[in-house]
Design a protein around this ligand. Structure first.
Ligand code: ATP
Ligand code: MG
Length: 326
């Protein structure tokens, strides 16, 4: 079922609670598609990366070839924040008098650890990967950080565009006001000034800051469109067959729904196998009870169960076995 979904969509997000198997299952899905001949990019957005551990090799911000057709990237939020702040800093420096540069630098340093800074940076990188990766890859799979973080990221494009929208409006007002004051200072009449203003806006004389904001807004709203496009993008929730994870999955599904994100698959991982002794049978029965609630609330969404393996899933060899079962 997961593989079928991966054939239909261009972008897949895997989310869920910590330790449920997001990295394992998303990697196995990516490998299964690559084995069929698709060009796949696997991207970890989790600051506590574990793609590298799973594949037992170094993976960084630049794509690394893991197997034929399968590349991987681990986003580096620190580096992304640094790059972003450097850009903002140099834009501000070029706009403001030298006497204010030290104050600007101080503000930039403070915003490095501001709430949401990392999320915004990751979101910007996701937008970049989605925009540029579409040419080189048939499928992009995002292995995300545990639930809360992911859901926040998903509603962020909306918030970010609302935020930049507000800034742009304020900026436009300031521009118009500035011109108005300048025009008043000249000997032209108000009538002339009004005509002059509209001519200028027709010529789209945008201030530099406004251009930066517009570029960001465009980036976020494009991402927003791709995320909300059900033909292109889908979200997979990975969970364990336990009480809390089931409740959290129902909540995460609702949150994502509010953000316009389509959840198309649930993966119940590490299920206790049946017929392997009394202990596991009992465990299996217990799981069935918890899954009854999942079925009741989210029965309309396709579900795939993956059994608990005897040993950890490690390296390409371990993943191949899992990929073959999808
Ligand atoms: N079906 C399975 N059977 C046995 N072990 C599994 C299975 N799926 C995952 N594991 C093991 O569980 C551990 C956690 O898996 P994984 O790293 O994929 O989870 P995660 O959701 O990505 O975790 P995190 O939230 O920390 O990123 C790993 O050691 C992995 O090998
Ligand atoms: Mg992980």
């Amino acid at each position: 079922m997961l593989l079928e979904l991966a054939r239909k969509r261009r972008i897949l997000f895997f989310g869920g609670k910590g330790g449920v198997g997001k990295t394992t299952v998303s990697s196995a899905t990516a490998l299964a598609r690559a084995n069929e001949g698709a060009r796949v990019l696997l991207v970890s957005t989790d600051p506590a990366h574990n793609l590298g551990h799973l594949f037992d090799r170094r993976i960084g911000p630049q794509p690394v070839r893991l197997s034929p057709g399968l590349d991987a990237v681990e986003m580096d939020p620190e580096e992304t924040v640094a790059t972003h702040l450097k850009e903002v800093r140099s834009a501000l420096h070029s706009l403001m008098p030298v006497t204010q540069h030290r104050d600007i630098d101080k503000h930039i340093e403070l915003s490095r650890d501001a709430p949401g800074m990392h999320e915004a940076a990751i979101l910007e990188r996701i937008a970049d990967v989605v925009a540029t990766g579409s040419e080189d890859y048939d499928l992009i799979i995002f292995d995300t950080a545990p639930s809360g973080h992911t859901a926040r990221l998903m509603v962020l494009p909306e918030m970010m565009s609302a935020w930049t929208e507000g800034l742009i409006k304020r900026r436009e007002k300031a521009d118009r006001f500035g011109e108005f004051v300048r025009e008043l200072g000249s000997d032209r009449s108000i009538e002339d000034q009004t005509i002059g203003d509209s001519e200028k806006s027709e010529r789209e004389k945008e201030s530099k800051i406004r251009q930066i904001l517009l570029r960001r807004r465009r980036k976020f709203s494009q991402l927003r469109d791709v995320l909300a496009d059900k033909d292109q993008t889908s979200f997979v929730i990975v969970l364990a067959a336990e009480r809390l994870p089931v409740l959290e999955t129902i909540e995460l599904h609702a949150q994502l729904g509010r953000a316009g994100i389509n959840v198309e698959a649930l993966v119940v991982n590490k299920r206790a196998p049946e017929g392997m002794g009394e202990f596991l049978d009992k465990r299996h029965q217990q799981e069935e009870q918890h899954l009854a609630l999942l079925e009741e609330k989210l029965g309309q969404i396709s579900r795939q169960d993956i059994f608990l393996q005897a040993s950890d899933v490690l390296g390409l060899a371990g993943l191949e076995a899992l990929a073959a079962s999808l």
